[in-house]
Write a protein that binds this ligand. Sequence first.
Ligand code: NDP
Ligand code: MG
Length: 389
Amino acid sequence: MNTASTIKRIALFGSTGSIGTQALEVIANNPDKFSVEVLTCNSNDDLLIQQAKKFNPNVVVITDETKYTKVKDALASTDIKVFAGEKALEDVASMDVYDFMLAAIVGYAGLKPTLNAIKAGKAIGLANKETLVVAGEIVMQAAYEKRVPIIPIDSEHSAIFQCLVGEVRNPIEKVILTASGGPFLGRKTNYLVNVKRDHALQHPNWTMGAKISIDSATLMNKGLEMIEAKWLFNLRAEQIEVLVHPQSVIHSMVQFEDGSIKAQLGLPDMKLPIQYALAFPKRIANNFPRADFKKLRNLTFEEPDIKTFRNLGLAMEALDKGGNLPCVLNAANEIAVYAFLRNRIGFLDMTDVIESTMQKVSFLQKPSLDDYLDSDAEARNYAADLIKL
Ligand code: NDP
Ligand code: MG
């Protein structure tokens, strides 16, 4: 029998996004296991209000301060505390009202709240890969010091995590990160040069937020995931291999020192890794569609085309060199994707912006947190100037 004390109290940072809304579906299906205590968004006030009325959290935060009054008024008849602004987002991450943060904000904005949550001893379910790309060493060190688990939600990393359960003493030879290849798999530069926003947003296997959809189309997403894997699983660059697998059924694999390979498989549905992270170490029964091997006759594999999809090559360079270079890569990419989504630059221009920014911002081998914040700001300014944003 479940009692109130066995209910995990969840803070859902980025509740209005693709991961956030799917996490709420998982939570709604398991009211005896989870309660929602914190909901946050950037500016989607209507959805935040609707979610707050349904899940009755302790606190909601909207980063866009101009929306504060509307949210406050809409929830006036409830006990829900309403805060606004970036600082509030960071402060709420340290509050006592929850146990487990589901980090589902997109981009660099997720870093500080997640770091604060770790410092406050909260377990983390991490969707926000940019947090580890920007400051992986600092984030993982803080988690180690606080004995806080970081459970990946990114499907590839959830797969690797699942393959590693029961293997604590067995060193990894390498991990094989699978990649769908995105909507432009097999296309060459002469095609990509004309690609437009709406086409790039159409991912063949997953429905996701706009930023990660563009990152998947350029293969930057896989580059960010290589860096994410390095920090999560303490790997060297040469232990991380990318393999294009267009069906997205094998979510990733681990090869051990005896040559044996473990893989985690399933249909492409983010609710699965979200639920796994929320419930870990348990698995919860559900009625999500099942993979049927009789229908999965054609699982194919190929090497990624780094010559055409140069963003992946740039991310590999950042992974190799380390220091502040992944942080600079990430900042320039966020600006470039923002500009592409607003039709300000072309698909291939994104790579040029990132490459120039990586060459321009001074390299730091062992950055402090402040150095990362400075490198991020410098890279953003430089990239925005290039684009004339
Ligand atoms: P979405 O764009 O769909 O949602 C992002 C969420 O973050 C929204 O709640 C948004 O609020 C909030 N947000 C955006 N900017 C800010 C900001 N500056 N300050 C505070 N909150 C902000 O993204 P996804 O759900 O697709 O992705 C979230 C993270 O998960 C990303 O890091 C992504 O890489 C990762 N991920 C996503 C997958 C997916 O399937 N979607 C798969 C694997 C990883 P608002 O709605 O108000 O804008
Ligand atoms: Mg992924």
